[in-house]
Design a protein around this ligand. Structure first.
Ligand SMILES: Nc1nc2c(ncn2[C@@H]2O[C@H](COP(=O)(O)OP(=O)(O)OP(=O)(O)O)[C@@H](O)[C@H]2O)c(=O)[nH]1
Length: 309
């Protein structure tokens, strides 16, 4: 049977194979996604982000287990923006989710994005679609909040869960301008530790400044003890219901699609201009010249663009 049909029939190995193909820039994967795109859009896509060590994978594991108890199926894409590795259980924290990987109702995949031009990478966005077609009810994209990655994750998600922890400094770790706006739901994990209440209050206060019709809930959780997980899950679902009831789901997905189209145009243009193997090499080479003031950035960009003129 062809891969496409196997995916439609919910064969796990077909989904895994297609994700690998997308990672390897195999155009057949994209062709399949073109044909099956209409079948996406059913899963609730949840982005999970937060500072390193906040307990994101522990929390994800508990959320997945809670959903499994209800008979829901779940896909987990763990993105490591600091790693170039893909396609396996190379990431240390995946070990915590090992027991889940034998569950037929759970699909887990680690993906690295370092070295890719562009944020969360085309392959990650493709993986979300593949799992959606494969037929899971929920897709969790988990990534450590470094730099651009929270923003990228929000662009791929219906609901973004920001995981905070007490004691990472007074001026709460992630309250850099803009970041707070990304969170639809906040979790203060490690609530067994001192300062959790204060951290939660500080987040609440920050959120009070933002006058929108969705006030993100702040939930204290103790992921290791499975405390607060059901409540957190309720908040995640309430957010989705809010999006649906207010017509904002369509609006959000339209905005995300716009960004995706623009990203794809940029990426495809880059690929058109530079042949794949030398793409980064050429840019790196020019960057060095620009840094050494042997060339200016305008001429560097033009010298690449000239190739399609
Ligand atoms: N005290 C306490 N520790 C926790 C809790 N949840 C997770 N941890 C611990 O925090 C550490 C980091 O947890 P991870 O789940 O690996 O965190 P992460 O955010 O995925 O970490 P990175 O992969 O580094 O981004 C582990 O040692 C967990 O056991 C909690 O509720 N309370």
């Amino acid at each position: 049977m062809v891969l496409e049909e196997r995916l439609l029939q919910g064969e796990k190995r077909a989904a895994a194979r297609l994700i690998s193909m997308a990672e390897n820039h195999d155009t057949e994967a994209i062709d399949i996604l073109k044909r099956l795109y209409k079948k996406t859009g059913n899963a609730h896509v949840v982005g999970i982000t937060g500072p390193p060590g906040a307990g994101k994978s522990t929390l994800t594991d508990k959320l997945v287990k809670a959903l499994r108890r209800e008979g829901k199926t779940v896909g987990v894409i763990a993105v490591d923006p600091t790693s170039p590795f893909t396609g396996g259980s190379i990431l240390g924290d995946r070990v915590r989710m090992n027991e889940l990987s034998t569950d037929p109702g759970v699909f887990i995949r680690s993906m690295g994005t370092r070295g890719h031009l562009g944020g969360l990478s085309k392959a990650t966005a493709a993986a979300v679609k593949i799992l959606d077609i494969y037929g899971v009810d929920y897709i969790f994209i988990e990534t450590v909040g470094v730099g651009q990655s929270e923003v990228d994750i929000a662009r791929n998600a219906d609901t973004t869960l920001m995981v905070m922890v007490p004691g990472l400094g007074d001026d709460i770790q992630a309250i850099k301008a803009g970041i707070m706006e990304i969170g639809d739901v906040f979790a203060v994990n490690k609530a067994d530790r001192d300062g959790a209440k204060r951290t939660a209050t500080e987040i609440e206060m920050m959120l009070d400044f933002n006058k929108t019709d969705w006030r993100p809930p702040v939930q204290k959780v103790i992921a290791v003890d499975n405390k607060g997980i059901d409540e957190l899950l309720d908040h995640i679902r309430t957010h989705m219901n809010h999006l649906k009831d207010t017509g904002k789901l369509q609006k959000r997905r339209t905005e995300n699609s716009k960004i995706e189209i623009i990203d794809l145009i940029q990426q495809n243009l880059m690929e058109m201009i530079l042949d794949k193997s030398s793409k980064e090499e050429k840019v790196n080479q020019l960057a060095e010249e620009v840094a050494l003031r042997n060339c200016d950035p305008y001429s560097a960009a033009e010298s690449i663009l000239d190739r399609i003129k």
